[in-house]
Design a binder for this molecule. Structure first.
Ligand code: G3P
Ligand code: CA
Length: 256
């Protein structure tokens, strides 16, 4: 038999491509998601918002200004208007013509091939977005436990609860930034609340230390910190025993 590898990492750690392989291709486009798939990431992370005509699309900012050639709020565009924008050129001219994808397109293209970590981005701006997402999943029979590796998360924990109540069988996560933490601490009181409905606590990496990871695991929750862009952080977080790494550079995890 092969000798065990000389490292401390006995369990595999999930490799999540943040907004796709966004270090190499324009975030939240098919180009970035395809690249993550080619790089053998375990999941793509996608940021989801809603158009004026009620379609779910993948874009990070609440305006199109930074990542397209247009200006204005995502929710003021129809899907057709949004998809006339160029979502690739801002990153590099070789990506000219990349479009803002719809969630349905993403589900149909990647289901069963790579996991999908769906972030409901600023859901307070889009009443009904949880139901829309649930409908798209149910329509495709993706609303089953241990399904096709689809997880829903948000910084808006009321939205996570709302989605959880619509499809209790699907795994959900709470995103925790400094705004959700208590003076830089994820407290036991926070974790007690999260454990009532969530499966994942996905924090800003700077909120983790050994004790916090241990307390998360003690509640039988998993933790996938964001956003990792270098090996030093991969090493530190893996020493703590995190369950996944949300990264712009999926190749950082190639040694697994
Ligand atoms: O998945 C976690 C991470 O994406 C949250 O931050 O701003 O990149 O959406 P942000
Ligand atoms: Ca995100």
């Amino acid at each position: 038999a092969l000798a065990a590898q000389d490292n401390n990492y006995e369990n595999t750690v999930t490799n999540i491509a943040h907004r796709g392989s966004s270090g190499h291709a324009p975030e939240n486009t098919i180009a970035a998601y395809d690249l993550a798939f080619e790089q053998k990431a375990d999941y793509i992370e996608i940021d989801v918002q809603m158009t004026e005509d009620g379609e779910l699309v993948s874009i990070h900012d609440t305006t199109v200004d930074r990542t397209t050639d247009g200006t204005g709020s995502v929710g003021d565009f129809t899907l057709e208007e949004l998809q006339n924008l160029d979502a690739g050129s801002w990153f590099d001219s070789s990506f000219a013509g990349e479009k803002i994808p719809t969630v349905e397109e993403i589900l149909d293209r990647y289901r069963g091939k790579i996991g999908i970590l769906v972030e409901l981005k600023s859901p307070e701006l889009y009443p009904g977005i949880e139901e829309k997402l649930a409908d798209a999943l149910i329509e495709r029979n993706l609303d089953k436990p241990n399904n096709n590796k689809i997880i829903v998360q948000s910084f808006n924990h009321d939205s996570v609860k709302r989605f959880h109540n619509i499809i209790p069988s699907m795994p959900v996560g709470v995103l925790v930034g400094h705004g959700q933490a208590d003076n830089g601490e994820i407290t036991d009181e926070h974790l007690e609340q999260y454990a009532k409905y969530a499966d994942y606590v996905n924090p800003n990496k700077s909120l983790l230390d050994q004790d916090t990871v241990d307390r998360i695991h003690h509640r039988a929750l998993k933790t996938w910190p964001y956003t990792i862009v270098d090996e030093e952080w991969v090493d530190l977080l893996m020493d703590y025993g995190v369950d996944g790494i949300i990264t712009d550079y999926p190749e950082l995890m190639d040694f697994r």
